[in-house]
Design a protein around this ligand. Structure first.
Ligand code: NAD
Ligand code: DAU
Length: 351
């Protein structure tokens, strides 16, 4: 795909910014178009280090705006799409499901339609849809999600992502669109908006605010360093088999409460506070409605087919992540200065 025009949607968000950075640096022959609406979750500060690169362009656009999206595809004639733009936070989807249906379902259909219109032949074209392991539902104490696990989404967020996954596959079967998909577990690392568990906890501990743990903190997530996810996306975009889906995970299951305790120890050390100071902030709050118990990914297919595996030990990744947030106070202050604060603080009142 040399000299190609690649559209990355949601590139100003958490994972998207890491994907844009990787593609801009690794593929100087591509022109990388970052299309983003810049919602509360998207921020161009995430890309300051590469924004002046000659192969990078930013387009402010809403994937729900069908006419604008169609016009952009007509104008730029993108050769490939890496689609990450989405409403991504489960708690928000419980508060306002419609926004998730609009962006995650209709926005994806708008992109598929616009690509189908300009791609008169599908040679060397590719639409890559980034999705989540949450579409598979919730696991009990044993077992793993594999690519064949039946879909069983249980939150408005995961239902909207499942719907978009089905639509992407439907375009492959119906129109022979050259699509590829992946479903990934929980990401962590730099530039994650501090409403998600890890950056929220870091930010709250830093300010000696309560750290809200839903229910008893026994829910389990499989954590992956975001740069490892970006590496997997690069591999799948270039080498994944059309029509196929690849699971991506960290082989790294943690109960929320154990993770928070590990984070508290790192924070005490980093902030030169007495051992136990951060753990003293842990506050058990009302559980998330419909809270999925356990996610765990089997990524054998991706490992066997494309040789991918996670690179970073979790404690090392967590340490790196803490240091990044503490060193990037300006970023944290800026992204938490908007309207969203009202929503964010409401959630954490101890019930
Ligand atoms: P994020 O919320 O940090 O970023 C989403 C980005 O999409 C933001 O930049 C936002 O401005 C943009 N966006 C939202 N609505 C838009 C619209 N209507 N038009 C254009 N842009 C819009 O999300 P993230 O955590 O980086 O997740 C990115 C993708 O990866 C999502 O599709 C998500 O479902 C998927 N995913 C996330 C995780 C995770 O752990 N964060 C894991 C697996 C899959
Ligand atoms: O599994 C992939 C998914 O991971 C992605 O598709 C989503 O976009 C991403 O947001 C993430 O979803 P989760 O709901 O798992 O992530 P979150 O950080 O919101 O929560 C992680 C766990 O921590 C979950 O069990 C809920 C719990 N939690 C979360 C918050 C925000 C708390 O206990 N307290 C909190 O304040």
């Amino acid at each position: 795909m040399s000299s190609k025009k690649i559209l990355i949607t949601g590139g100003a968000g958490f994972i998207g910014s890491h994907v844009v950075r990787l593609f801009v640096k690794k593929y100087p022959d591509y022109t990388i178009f970052n299309l983003d609406k810049l919602t509360y979750a998207g921020n161009l500060m995430n890309l300051r280090d590469i924004e002046n690169e000659s192969n990078y362009r930013f387009i402010k656009a809403d994937i729900c705006d069908e006419e604008h999206i169609r016009a952009l595809f007509q104008e730029h004639r993108f050769d490939g799409v890496v689609h990450l733009a989405a409403e991504s936070h489960v708690d928000r989807s419980i508060a306002d499901p419609s926004a998730f249906v609009r962006t995650n379902v209709m926005g994806t259909v708008n992109l598929l339609n616009a690509a189908r219109e300009i791609w008169t032949d599908f040679n060397d074209k590719r639409f890559y849809h980034i999705s989540t392991d949450e579409v598979y539902g919730s696991l009990g104490e044993t077992g793993f999600f594999v690519e064949e696990t039946p879909y069983d989404p249980r939150s408005p967020y995961s239902a909207s992502k499942a719907s978009s996954d089905h639509l992407v596959r439907a375009y492959f079967h119906t129109y022979k669109m050259p699509v590829v998909l992946s479903n990934c577990s929980n990401n962590y690392g730099s530039y994650q908006f501090p409403e998600k568990l890890i950056p929220l906890a870091i930010n709250n501990i830093k300010h000696l605010r309560p750290v809200p743990v839903y229910g008893k903190g026994e829910n389990i997530r499989d954590w992956l360093f975001v740069e490892d996810h970006a590496r997997a996306i690069d591999l799948i975009f270039h080498q994944g088999v059309l029509g196929e889906t690849y699971n991506i995970g960290g082989a790294n299951e943690w109960k929320n409460i154990d993770l928070i305790h590990a984070l508290c120890e790192i924070m005490d050390t980093q902030l030169n506070r007495a051992p136990g100071t951060s753990a003293g902030l842990i506050s058990f709050v009302k559980d998330r409605a419909g809270h999925d118990m356990r996610y765990a990914i089997d990524f054998t297919k991706l490992n066997t087919a494309l040789g991918w595996k996670p690179s970073l030990d979790f404690r090392e990744g967590l340490q790196k992540t803490v240091v990044w947030y503490l060193e990037n106070e300006n970023w944290l202050n800026q992204v938490t200065s908007g309207d969203y604060t009202h929503y964010y603080e409401q959630q954490y009142v101890k019930r």
